[in-house]
Ligand binder design. Structure first.
Ligand code: PGA
Length: 251
């Protein structure tokens, strides 16, 4: 089964408006007509509309880093799925480890966010991954499995047509510690099996699974050679257009 590569750049809480616009233009310039991989970028909320303008009609996908699951109302500081759609987003990160661990969001909250995204027609990148303590305790597969099950249980395959899963070991994010291609592969294969248990093996065979955690251009190609690594989710290195473009082109 060949799955087309998909690489995302998560800009996190970085850049000024001017820097974000310049980076978006540069990413478009370098990758806007690259046919080898689907490219996504996830700027901070306040820059989404301006970045949408810079991306124009290019095939680069615009996404948000998060959303809140309620439709509207007294949720100070929160941003709804419909708001994201209205400023040009097509994609959204759901359950990034910084939402889970810095902001204390539970598997149940993330399940609600996934449903809100799907309901609004946003394509979700569902992030899962274990902490260092969980890995050392031999719980990597169980933790990722629990995160997947809680998020996906009860959803129909037809609703999840555009689902992408990102495996992001927490110990590798922003730490410079990248998982080896072999470590990524064994977890990706297990994620695919577990998604198969929930949604059927034919669904799982088509699912694209990204690896995220300290990816650089020097490590991207090695990760992408593994059969179950279908793409990358890049944080820090996505803030440099040349480096990000080299990662997208790594396969
Ligand atoms: P990093 O972040 O590449 O800076 O480790 C990855 C991510 O959190 O998506």
């Amino acid at each position: 089964m060949s799955r087309s590569p998909i690489v995302g750049g998560n800009w996190k809480m970085n850049l000024s408006l001017g820097e974000a616009e310049a980076l978006a233009s540069e990413v478009r310039h370098r990758l806007g007509s690259y046919p080898g991989a689907q490219t996504l970028i996830f700027p901070p909320f306040p820059y989404l509309q301006a970045v949408a303008g810079r991306l124009g009609d290019s095939p680069i996908g615009l996404g948000a880093q998060d959303l809140w699951y309620e439709g509207k109302g007294a949720f100070t500081g929160a941003v709804s799925a419909a708001m994201l759609v209205s400023v040009g987003c097509k994609w959204v990160l759901i359950g990034h480890s910084e939402r889970r661990h810095v902001f204390g969001e539970s598997d149940e909250i993330i399940a609600k966010k996934l449903r809100a995204a799907l309901h609004a027609g946003l394509k979700p990148v569902l992030c899962v991954g274990e902490t260092l303590l969980e890995r050392q305790a031999g719980q990597t597969f169980a933790v990722c499995g629990r995160q997947l099950r809680t998020a996906l249980q009860g959803l129909q395959r037809s609703e999840l047509e555009h689902l992408v899963v990102a495996y992001e070991p927490v110990w590798a994010i922003g730490t410079g510690l990248v998982a080896s291609p072999e470590q990524a592969q064994e977890v990706h294969a297990d994620i695919r099996d577990r998604v198969g248990d929930i949604l059927g093996m034919d669904f799982a065979a088509k699912l694209r699974i990204q690896y995220g955690g300290s990816v650089k251009s020097s490590t991207a190609a090695g990760l992408m050679t593994k059969p179950d690594v279908d793409g990358l989710l890049v944080g820090g290195a996505s803030l440099l257009a040349e480096e990000f473009a080299a990662i997208v082109r790594a396969k």
